[in-house]
Design a protein around this ligand. Structure first.
Ligand code: NDP
Length: 275
């Protein structure tokens, strides 16, 4: 089974659009981009397009590379206090010299639609349905659940332990009743662990590092990592070989990427009190 993130993301965005229309309310996301990193410019453009599709008003703040920490903090403070703004997103990475952790701390948890703040990560840990779940793991979980795959009682392995992807992914699977193991760069004999997984989630960023011999027959394989080979996007998983063994697998591109964007829209609509 191919876990088609593009199709599910489209459906989620259509549902959100209907919710907003039915409410008659204006929903607004502020997106801040500092500098002109080409990948970040594309991500911000995609997010603005998603907002248009869903019917969310987007406020774009394109700040120069020379922006100071204080200027950035003042803008965040202004947006925190603007009741017409439901969500605030600062596109990372920030240019050198700017403190990303301080930015995450500055955004009000009620407007932290990326789900990066301590409050929201703590909310995931405590299985609190009021919190904003980090968009990438939230999207990956949604993709598994929407396909009718049972998670409860299964052995799940997450490769990657970042605060925004690997760790919240592991917590979400744990909250669903999976028995979860988290692997990382220090894990010894990675293959012996991944081979145990009924559900294998890879969030590393090393092209095709998960080969067929590392995957159990009939596993569900979720590929979050993004790398490029000859400027073509590829994932952590050797898709052609692994898809022969897997019961279900995400394409990459076309799997977790579109779901991440859809979940940002979901969190923004939730921040507006419509979900
Ligand atoms: P980080 O670089 O923060 O984390 C990468 C993780 O991979 C770390 O925990 C690291 O371990 C682990 N790792 C590195 N090398 C190995 C290895 N050889 N074996 C096992 N684990 C290893 O990245 P993110 O978590 O932010 O993102 C992960 C990937 O997902 C990236 O490719 C990113 O581009 C992609 N991504 C995709 C999204 C999507 O929408 N599909 C959205 C967000 C991210 P350690 O902690 O020990 O260093």
């Amino acid at each position: 089974m191919i876990l088609d993130g593009k199709a599910l993301a489209k459906k989620i965005k259509e549902d959100l659009r209907e919710k907003i229309q039915a409410s008659g309310k204006e929903v607004c996301l502020a997106v801040i981009l500092v500098g002109e990193d080409p990948a970040s410019c594309i991500y911000v453009r995609n997010k603005t397009n998603d907002c248009r599709e869903v019917g969310i008003k987007s406020l774009e703040y394109k700040l120069p590379e020379t922006t100071t920490q204080q200027e950035l903090m003042e803008l965040i403070d202004k947006l925190n206090n603007d009741s017409s703004v439901n969500g605030i997103l600062v596109q990372f990475p920030l240019p050198k010299g700017l403190d990303e952790a301080a930015v995450v701390r500055a955004i009000s948890p009620e407007k932290d639609v990326d789900g990066f703040s301590k409050i929201n990560i703590g909310g995931v840990l405590m299985n609190d349905s009021d919190c904003f779940v980090s968009c990438t793991p939230a999207g990956a979980l949604e993709l598994i659940k929407a396909s009718g795959i049972n998670i409860c009682g299964k052995r799940a392995v997450v490769v990657g332990r970042s605060n925004n992807v690997g760790k919240p992914m592991a917590l979400l699977l744990l909250n669903e009743g999976a028995t979860v193991t988290v692997c990382h760069s220090k894990t010894e004999d990675l293959a012996s662990v991944t081979k145990e997984a009924d559900i294998l989630v890879c969030a590393v960023g090393k092209a095709h590092m998960i080969t067929a011999d590392m995957v159990k027959d009939g596993a569900v394989v979720i590929d979050i990592g993004i790398s490029r080979i000859d400027s073509k996007q590829v994932g952590d998983v050797d898709f052609d070989a692994v898809s022969e063994k897997a019961f279900a697998i995400t394409p990459n591109p076309g799997g977790t990427g579109p779901m991440t964007r859809a979940m940002l829209m979901f969190n923004t609509v939730k921040a507006a009190g419509l979900l």
